[in-house]
Write a protein that binds this ligand. Structure first.
Ligand code: URA
Length: 266
């Protein structure tokens, strides 16, 4: 059987880190377990603290009991194209977001975008993460670019920020501004919740129905580098940022670059 890798080895992961990730003990307590000779890797007792192992491939045991890491969760950022439905199964057999990402067990979309909306959509296997991102309590900002009929007056933008009662429900935005104005306008709107058809209902209610809608940012994430239909896995730091600091504004980049008054959103 394969041996554990010696302390100087650069491959694998430190044994105490694996034990703490698996929830066996804190890193410090795991070091004590190792020093006391209670940990084996592939049948050999390991006492040296720098020893590395492969969490997925090696047989790691504490007091003879196999240590297993929970399967890693998946976190996928998709640039959803228009015409694709946000659902796991569509009885009408239309294309869904699931057709565009790997078929991972337990993967589901976080929140939803209308079939005619394009842009940033997260999919995950991690229910805690989904709750954290989707719940208005955590104030994760969502930034939309909306093409609307005519050009809203500054007073109308102020009304959007104050909140408007639509069909008995109060809808509103945190920020609203005009990105480009011609006969019609492109607006940038920032919200921290995702009520059903919220942007479309709100803008229709103030007399500026939406003809195109894109979600361009969510917390620190943007669709930069992803064409509609493309996806990528989130980096661990991005998952962490959304779990712990979702309220952070998107980094300077796509959203802000596109929001210069002279630039027409694509
Ligand atoms: N608001 C809407 O009206 N539609 C979306 O898809 C997202 C937000």
């Amino acid at each position: 059987m394969k041996r554990a890798q010696a302390a100087g080895s650069e491959t694998g992961e430190r044994l105490q880190k694996i034990l703490s990730r698996a929830g066996v003990a804190s890193r410090r307590a795991a070091e004590t377990l190792i020093e006391h000779g209670r940990v084996t890797v592939n049948g050999e007792t390991v006492r040296e603290l720098g020893t590395r192992a492969d969490a997925a491939g090696d047989d790691i045991r504490v007091d003879g009991v196999r240590v297993r890491l929970a399967a890693a969760h998946a976190y996928i950022l998709l640039n959803k194209p228009r015409g694709v439905v946000t659902t796991r199964h569509d009885p009408q057999k239309r294309p869904t977001v699931m057709d565009l990402v790997p078929a991972l067990a337990g993967l589901f979309p976080v929140g939803r975008l209308d079939v005619s909306t394009e842009g940033l959509m997260l999919l995950t296997t991690d229910g805690n993460f989904a709750e954290r991102v989707a719940h208005p309590r955590f104030q994760v900002p969502r930034v939309y670019h909306a093409k609307v009929w005519r050009v809203p007056e500054p007073e109308t933008l102020a009304r959007l920020r104050q909140g408007v009662r639509v069909e008995g429900e109060r809808l509103g935005v945190d920020q609203a501004r005009v990105l480009h104005a011609g006969n019609n306008a492109w607006l940038e709107l920032t919200l921290h919740e995702g009520k059903h058809h919220e942007v479309r209902r709100l803008l229709k209610a103030v007399g500026h129905p939406v003809s195109k809608l894109k979600r361009v940012a969510l917390g620190p994430l943007t669709t930069r580098g992803l064409q509609p239909g493309e996806y990528r896995h989130l980096r661990p730091a991005e998952v962490k940022a959304l779990m712990h600091g979702g309220a952070a504004r998107p980094a300077a980049g796509a959203a802000s670059r596109r929001s210069r008054p002279a630039s027409r959103p694509r």
